[in-house]
Write a protein that binds this ligand. Structure first.
Ligand code: ASP
Ligand code: MG
Length: 470
């Protein structure tokens, strides 16, 4: 069996839902389980509703609820038309929106929002979408069975990012989902939502539908997990900086993780950890171009020297120099405790005998942090730096590739270099205003020409989006 997950934009309106139905139909021979997100933007709107209600802006909150009602009913009308079964679905969607309105009123009376009530509200995105998508898929003749995600995903009580209990989920998946699949039918489940052991609704973190898909896949020993989204897959660089960036057809899990820390928005690899632990490949596809190749994330893809180039700007470098550091055990601990105290997370680190350089992404607590750091030594701050990273599982120990990387940055000022502990990420700190130049130079060094043989494959042709993608 396989897990097929559709993200918010892949079920965002009637046209998207009908594309998702066609994709699911093509997967029927592989015994799919379908997971859906809330309709695009719905979760953000729900969180805003909760916030407004708790701040006493009930009218605004109720207007938000009506917006969601209208949208779901309108898509339902397009998909199902009239008729008594359509009426039933509309009544169900509407009843959920009534509950939402009731919750909003309660929150506005309380004037206070807890993570628990936030989850109670956020869960409606997937409750509504799964009801709508289920009805539509059935109308298209697919043998669907709607399952409430909360009946399977057992979590702790850390509301808004509850931790799933994989053992309990495996048990539920086997008793609730497997019999449906064995009967030749297709379970359809809303992602993101769960229930605590005590039975209270929880959510498992933003973007959590990928996590749900990975949990179901791991619990049922799926052959693959397909994540259908609105991009072609992971690319060799951010196409906004590097227009020649092209699709990565296969990437290792650890490489994908490195890219995620640079804001590759496709999916956060920690969310697919349950799949990775079981060696289940995760595939990313574009639901607007289902014929595309997609990206396959596996634990054991071939180790290429360079798989992708990543970069980010607005990085601050902090250098602490102290002769006290020399041969004194525990200095680094003292130093990093300062960062911990000021809740500033450190990204790249490089050390010499008497100095430590670190980068931070979030300089908001810099002023107070500096006061404590100055107690340890001389402190210098360099703002407006950028990080570029060459990511590849075959990079470790490959000095020729590293030399090429530095060679490509010829003429640029290099402020720091670090080869990550896993040796799959060569990180270079440069001037902030050279970020795009550096990314393009590195990308063309590694992806445009090959020094030893025929040119590497040409970029995948980018077809213009289809009309419905507009
Ligand atoms: N609907 C949830 C969110 O927007 C979960 C998801 O889309 O994966 O965060
Ligand atoms: Mg999503």
């Amino acid at each position: 069996m396989i897990v097929v997950k559709f993200g918010g934009t892949s079920v965002g309106d009637a046209a998207a839902i009908s594309r998702a139905a066609a994709i699911t139909r093509g997967r029927l021979p592989r015994q799919p389980l379908v997971v859906v997100s809330a309709l695009s933007r719905a979760t953000n709107e729900l969180l805003a509703i909760a916030d407004q209600a708790a701040q006493g802006q009930l009218i605004l909150a109720l207007r938000g609820v009506e917006g969601l009602r209208d949208r779901h009913l309108a898509e339902c009308q397009t998909l199902l038309g009239d008729g008594s079964d359509a009426d039933d679905v509309r009544a169900e969607l509407s009843a959920m929106c009534d509950e939402l309105a009731g919750l909003s009123e309660a929150l506005s009376v309380l004037g206070h929002l807890t993570p628990r009530s936030l989850d109670a509200i956020a869960a409606y995105g997937e409750l509504l979408s799964s009801t709508l998508v289920h009805a539509a898929f059935c109308r298209y003749g697919l043998p669907m069975e709607l399952v409430d995600g909360r009946d399977v995903v057992v979590t702790d009580e850390l509301y808004t990012r509850a931790l799933p209990d994989l053992e309990a989920i495996t048990e539920r998946a086997r008793s609730v989902l497997l019999p449906i699949i064995r009967r030749g039918r297709v379970p359809l489940v809303g992602g993101f939502i769960g229930r605590s052991h005590a039975g209270v609704t929880t959510t498992i973190g933003r973007g959590g539908s990928d996590f749900s898909a990975a949990l179901f896949g791991a619990a049922l020993g799926a052959e693959a997990i397909e994540i259908w989204t609105d991009v072609d897959g992971m690319l060799t660089a951010d196409p906004r900086s590097v227009p020649r960036a092209r699709l990565i057809e296969e990437i290792r899990f650890d490489e994908a993780s490195e890219l995620a820390t640079f804001g590759a928005k496709v999916l956060h690899p920690s969310t697919i950890a349950p799949a990775v632990q079981r060696g289940i490949p995760v595939l990313i596809f574009n639901s607007r171009r289902p014929e595309g190749h997609g990206t396959r994330i596996t634990p054991d893809a071939p180790r290429r020297a360079v798989t992708a180039i990543a970069g980010k700007g607005n990085v601050t470098v902090i250098r602490v120099t102290s002769s006290r550091m020399l041969l004194v055990p525990g200095f680094l601990r003292t130093l990093f405790e300062v960062f911990e105290r000021h809740r500033t997370s450190v990204d790249v680190v490089a050390t010499s005998e008497i100095s430590v350089s670190v980068t931070v992404d979030d300089p908001s607590r810099l002023e107070t942090l500096m006061v404590d750091l100055r107690a340890l030594g001389d402190v210098a701050i360099e703002r407006n730096r950028a990080v570029v990273a060459v990511v590849g599982a075959g990079l470790g120990g490959d000095s020729a590739t590293m030399a090429r990387a530095l060679g490509a940055l010829h003429g640029m000022r290099v402020h720091m270099i670090s080869l990550s502990a896993t040796e799959i990420n060569l990180t270079i700190i440069i001037d902030g205003d050279r970020l795009v130049d550096a990314m393009r130079a590195l990308h063309s060094e590694f992806f445009d020409v090959s020094p030893t043989g025929p040119p590497t494959p040409t970029p995948t042709p980018t077809r213009p989006p289809r009309p419905e993608a507009a």
